[in-house]
Design a protein around this ligand. Structure first.
Ligand SMILES: [Fe+2]
Length: 493
């Protein structure tokens, strides 16, 4: 690019040489030269540091420092040095050549310089210096790029090393897990998403009586489960990502089957994709057999209880036909009320036994008192009022019958506390006793007695309706009245 203005700094301690250069530059018409000079290197370097000088004419024969040292000192500074032309004396051209080798752009020999040569040298030096700077800048950029690339590469290398470390750690963990599964006492099998077996541990082989894993690998897991349809359903559930737990019948190698508890779930990889299905088994055949035996025992006990209570009820019937019949009919009504009130099967069973023998205590009271027509004396009443206590005492030592004993004991209690034998109130009375109390009154009033004719069902229902909430539990009363009024219930003979 053509320059219009060039700033020149001459470092020269010979005023004649300064004047000479200045004069020569004046002759130039094309370019404006702004000329400055200093007579020592230090001042020169200070001026250069301001950054606007284009060319330096440097005398290698300064009085303070001479020869190549002058140039070296200048170039060794940190600042951006402009183009440098060294000036040598006539018989020291060699210094000029060495100066160019050491970083100067050109040299001029004092006494041989003419204006044309000076201007050419200046322009040439500026161009050369700029080219040098460009190369320097390109080098610097390249170096920066290399440094950045190297940094990135070492970062990539580092993250790769970390990735390898994580993978190794993961594989180590996987190996530990694999070992744990293989040596686990729990039978474990793994399969693909179609249920084909891909792995079984030693415990699983033992569970199914196999001697070789290869006999199982590749077979479909559902073929070991007796209920094929159920097995396929389980597979579908697990494939959706839900776990499945329950009992299954599983086939052994010899085709015999046994009961197992199975827990199956979907195993996902690190990114959450389904990988395989894991199933662990527990042989519960012994437990199942024990459960069945227990169930059978319980049924036997229930049968024995039933027989005992029937026998007891028959004894009451023998002793006193009225009481026997009354207990049977109270049981009918009690069970209907219990059913309507949604009592659980255990409560219903207890209630059934209790109502069957609720007046069993009366076998200790003489028939004379029980069947006496007309008013009873206070003493006779107090005898009769002992029958719930006698009834309870008959059962209280039989452990499983303790709720039955308590219901019998409470069946004449009333919710306002006016009942006997204890005068219990409200919640202190068992619901089962409250139900028998209502059924007891309704049956007694609607039946013939040796000492009086039947008062009729309507009168009996009026009695419980009038005293609902005071003597009798309102909910039980409502259910009982509804049973009769709807025609849903009537006493069998
Ligand atoms: Fe009674």
């Amino acid at each position: 690019m053509e320059r219009e203005q060039i700033k020149i700094l001459q470092i020269e301690d010979n005023p004649g040489d300064v004047r000479l250069i200045k004069e020569m530059l004046k002759e130039s018409r094309r370019i404006e030269y702004i000329f400055e000079y200093v007579d020592n290197l230090r001042s020169g370097m200070q001026r250069i540091s301001e950054g606007d000088i284009d060319v330096v004419l440097l005398d290698l024969g300064l009085s303070e420092i001479t020869g190549l040292e002058t140039l070296k000192r200048l170039l060794s500074s940190d600042m951006a040095v402009p183009a440098v032309i060294v000036m040598t004396i006539l018989d020291d051209e060699e210094s000029g050549i060495n100066a160019v080798r050491s970083g100067a752009q050109d040299y001029l020999i004092k006494g041989e310089v003419d204006p044309g040569l000076l201007v050419r040298s200046i322009l040439y030096s500026i161009e050369r210096n700029e080219a040098k700077r460009k190369i320097q800048r390109a080098n610097d950029e390249l170096e920066e790029k290399v440094i950045a690339r190297t940094k990135k590469l070492s970062e990539t290398l580092k993250s790769l090393e970390e990735e390898i470390k994580i993978r190794e750690e993961y594989e180590r963990e996987l190996k530990i897990k694999d070992n744990a599964i293989e040596s686990s006492i729990n039978p474990i099998a793994m399969g693909d998403l179609q249920g084909n077996i891909t792995y079984v541990n030693k415990a699983f082989l033992k569970l199914l009586n196999y001697d070789d894993k290869e006999k199982l690998i590749g077979r479909n897991g559902t073929s070991f489960w007796q209920a094929m349809n159920e097995a396929r359903e389980i597979l579908e559930v697990v494939k959706k990502g839900e776990s499945w737990e329950g009992e299954l019948v599983v086939k052994k190698e010899d085709n015999t089957d046994f009961c197992c508890h199975l827990a199956a779930n979907l195993v996902k990889d690190k990114s959450g994709n389904p990988r395989n299905i894991m199933a662990s088994f527990i042989d519960i055949s012994k437990q199942k057999k024990a459960e069945e035996a227990l169930k059978k025992n319980l049924e036997n006990i229930k049968k024995m209880m039933e027989a005992s209570f029937r026998a007891l009820s028959a004894v009451v019937n023998l002793r006193d036909t009225y009481t026997g019949r009354h207990q049977k009919r109270v049981t009918q009504l009690t069970l209907e009320i219990a059913k309507k009130m949604n009592l659980n099967s255990e409560q219903v069973s207890t209630l059934r036994f209790a109502s069957m023998v609720h007046d069993v205590g009366k076998i200790r009271i003489s028939s004379e008192i029980l069947n006496k027509p007309g008013k009873l004396s206070d003493l006779q009443i107090s005898f009769i009022r002992e029958h719930p206590i006698i009834g309870r005492d008959l059962f209280k030592k039989v452990e499983f019958a303790s709720p039955i004993a308590e219901i019998i004991y409470q069946h004449h209690e009333r919710i306002d506390g006016s009942g006997y034998p204890e005068g219990l109130k409200g919640d202190k009375i068992m619901l089962e006793a409250k139900i028998i109390a209502v059924a007891d009154v309704v049956e007694a009033m609607s039946s013939h007695r040796p000492y009086r004719p039947s008062l009729g069902i309507e009168k009996a229902l009026k009695e419980i309706e009038d005293n609902s909430g005071r003597l009798y539990d309102p909910q039980v009363v409502d259910v009982c009245i509804d049973l009769f009024r709807s025609g849903e219930f009537k006493f069998e003979e």
